[in-house]
Design a binder for this molecule. Structure first.
Ligand SMILES: Cc1ncc(COP(=O)(O)O)c(C=O)c1O
Length: 371
């Protein structure tokens, strides 16, 4: 049934919520099969791991599955212990969330009240905007410079109402990074009532020696929250596990708002196994390194502009006919992400896939462009 905006129910909803444009995720494979009658579908739209989950994570789920009648460990004790020892911090420096999405939402609920400001790049990950809006905060967008976050403009945007600065590093959807020096400049000039969120969902893919080691600032007790996830290189997007690393005081505040059993038990055991499967992480990283070079060279040959990336996705300029290109690709069973919601209507974001997937994408793109 279609929603009618004249239904009295809408009068019960505050304007700031009615104004939210819901997050539109990449189309699920089954939906494309159903709607377009395509048999084989490849999804290159949500930056998932082309190699799938770690086999050790699958085994861990199988081993645990007979115990799912029990509530999970609400505090995710063992998972936090494992992450802490892997990163060389204390487990009190860590909170685990139902995806890092949940942690962004917890952070904004606590630190953004009506009229408080959150600074974010334009474009950057859309959930920062949605969660800020939900808290009645003011979204302060800072245009990117050469597709990257611009620290001097961010610093110039600071006011006494700035509570959060969202740094997606690498930045989704551009794949660019903020370098160590720039991040240091930001941290050094941070007013006391402001927190930097360093969202490092694609951290493990970065291959640039100037990428910042943000945990140093956590250890120094700075106002920084580092976000990481098991959804990307660890291949567990469907299970929803992410985590934050911050000083103990911040973590204890976040825990006040965290729902009691926010990360399910299968997700916890799978994440522990995936963290230990360094082989799978290295294989995944190497695949992306190799395949992004392959895609770069194909795109150059097709004379299609793109932004060089430090993540497992590439922002590609497909021009004025982007909508038609996305639809034509869909009809061929290839799901990519349109960038209209990110104010980049002439671009698509492509997740780097396996060689076979990338070849299929390039072949179909070439066919469409030659029409
Ligand atoms: C920059 C960024 N942050 C956070 C997330 C959310 O990840 P999770 O699956 O851990 O909620 C994503 C997912 O696309 C992302 O791109």
């Amino acid at each position: 049934m279609e929603a009618k905006m004249d239904d009295p129910i809408y009068k019960m909803v505050p304007t700031h919520i009615l104004n939210i444009k819901p997050y539109v995720p990449g189309k699920p494979i089954e939906e494309v099969k159903r709607e377009l009658g395509v048999k084989k579908v490849i999804k290159l739209a949500s930056n998932e791991n082309a190699l799938g989950p770690s086999p050790r994570a699958i085994q861990a789920i199988k081993n645990y599955v007979s115990k799912i009648h029990l509530y999970p460990d609400g505090a995710a004790y063992y998972l936090r212990e494992d992450i802490a020892s892997y990163l060389g911090v204390d487990s009190d420096n860590i909170i685990v969330g139902n995806g890092s999405d949940e942690i962004v939402s917890i952070i904004t609920r606590i630190f953004i009240q009506k009229g408080d400001q959150a600074i974010m790049g334009d474009p950057s990950f859309l959930m920062y905007r949605i969660d800020t809006q939900l808290s009645r905060g003011e979204i302060v967008t800072v245009p990117l410079k050469d597709f990257g976050l611009d620290v001097s403009r961010i610093l110039n945007s600071l006011t006494d109402k700035t509570r959060l600065i969202f740094i997606s590093n690498p930045n989704n959807p551009t794949g660019t990074i903020l370098k160590s020096k720039e991040m240091q400049e930001l941290i050094q000039n941070l007013p006391p009532g402001t927190i930097v969120i360093s969202d490092e969902a694609y951290h493990e893919y970065v291959d640039d020696s100037e990428y910042p080691d943000t945990l140093t600032w956590v250890k120094e007790g700075k106002n920084i929250i580092v976000l990481r996830t098991f959804s990307k290189i660890y291949g567990l997007a469907g299970l929803r596990v992410g985590y934050a690393i911050a000083k103990k005081q911040i973590i204890s505040i976040l825990n006040k708002v965290r729902p009691p059993f926010n990360v399910n038990s299968l997700a916890q055991v799978a994440a522990r196994a995936a963290l230990k499967d360094r082989d799978h992480v290295i294989k995944s990283k190497n695949l992306i390194k190799r395949e992004k070079e392959f895609l770069y060279s194909c795109l150059k040959e097709l004379k299609v502009p793109f932004v060089p990336t430090q993540a497992n996705f590439i922002l590609i300029e497909t021009g004025e006919n982007t909508k038609e290109i996305i639809l034509a690709l869909l009809k061929k069973g290839i799901i990519v992400r349109g960038m209209e919601a990110y104010n980049l209507p002439n671009h698509i974001r492509l997740t780097v896939g396996t060689r076979e997937e990338n070849e299929t994408f390039i072949r179909e793109l070439q066919n469409i462009l030659q029409r």
